[in-house]
Design a protein around this ligand. Structure first.
Ligand SMILES: [Cu+2]
Length: 349
């Protein structure tokens, strides 16, 4: 692995765009005059644009945005991991196969992280059900350490995956079975000890429960705010939404002007107390934990503690590019920054 400090990785990775370089490059140079030659080099590098790109072959953050229940896989491949069966009361039995596996992942150009993953990806696959459905999740530990799956939501204690006796040893399996409730934006993660290491290594994902009365139709996006401690000093060197630093600076999220956009946002950053999402040029409605269908808050910034989540809804009024990023400027500089690109004609309502 490359030796990367909190401050040096951007010099390897380069900024995501000219906009980012203008925004942060100027401050960096003025604040670090003693590094003037290095600063000048950095600035030149910014003007030339990004240095390299992360391969999206194994994991594409843009695909992850709009995929759940393995919908990103071809039908025959998908059937290996997900099956749904109607039940007499109109709900579904949803069966999943989740496999813990050690895997090296690329989180910034040329920066590789020795992750522990669910199904080879960080975050793990999004599990999505409707309130009242039955979930049956076969968890296979093909990794090198004991792991579990701990779901947020209602379930009996023996399905909690949190106690020492709940640990699933390498080579073993466990079937988690419970009803999907309450509706809301939830999460799942490994609960083996030491907890902060098992989480931070990548063993987390989104567990989404839709209300029986569906939310309004929208362009729905899954966003996981995460960070990576590449030198294991209990401090993150790389931050992102959906794992790959600056990915959405390179590939803006395409949305339609005037159409409802719904973001399912969760903070799974370890080591830092809070993370946040700030959207430029627009406001959004906030539904904390997604457990109510009326919003009590309209804002352009939402702050979330570790494990906290929210559903955000907005309609872009103008066409063009809208930046979004952590309002902790340091996180933004270290990769947690992206763009929406709204397409269409201006709508004032
Ligand atoms: Cu674990």
């Amino acid at each position: 692995m490359l030796p990367v400090t909190r401050r040096s990785w951007l010099r390897l990775a380069g900024f995501g765009s000219a906009a980012a370089a203008t925004l942060f490059g100027a401050r960096r140079i003025s604040g670090e005059q003693h590094e003037s030659s290095q600063g000048a080099m950095e600035h030149a590098a910014h003007r030339m644009g990004p240095v390299g790109r992360v391969s999206t072959e194994a994991f594409n953050p843009s695909t992850y945005l709009r995929a759940w229940n393995f919908s990103d896989l071809a039908p025959e491949e998908r059937a290996r991991y997900y099956k749904e069966t109607p039940r007499p009361d109109g709900t579904l039995l949803r069966e999943y196969q989740i496999v813990a596996v050690d895997r090296e992942i690329e989180i910034a150009p040329g920066v590789f992280f020795p992750a522990w993953t669910f199904n080879g990806q960080v975050p793990g696959p999004t599990i999505r059900a409707t309130e009242g459905d039955r979930l049956r999740i076969t968890f296979i530990n093909a990794g090198s350490h004991p792991h579990t799956m701990h779901f947020h939501g209602w379930h009996p204690p023996e399905m909690d995956g949190s106690m020492p006796e709940h640990q699933v040893m390498p080579g073993e399996r466990f079937v988690y079975e419970f009803d999907a409730e309450p509706f809301g934006m939830h999460l799942y993660h490994c609960h083996a000890v030491p907890l902060k290491r098992h989480l931070h290594k990548g063993l987390y994902g989104v567990f989404l429960v839709d209300p029986r009365q569906p939310r309004a139709e929208a362009d729905e996006l899954i966003m996981v705010m995460n960070g990576f401690d590449t030198n294991f000093d209990a401090d993150n060197e790389v931050y992102a939404v959906n794992t790959v630093a600056n990915h959405f600076m390179h590939e803006p999220i395409k949305v339609d002007v005037g159409k409802l956009v719904r973001i399912y946002l969760v903070n799974l950053t370890e080591f830092d107390l809070v993370n946040s999402l700030h959207l430029h040029g627009m406001f959004f409605d906030v539904f904390r934990t997604g457990t109510r269908t009326t919003s009590a808050e309209s804002t352009d910034i939402v702050m979330l503690c570790q494990g906290e989540r929210a559903v955000l809804e907005t309609r872009f009024r103008y066409p063009g590019k809208f930046m979004f990023h952590a309002h902790q400027s340091e996180f933004a500089e270290l990769g947690w920054m992206g763009l929406f690109e709204a397409v269409g004609v201006r709508r004032d309502t």
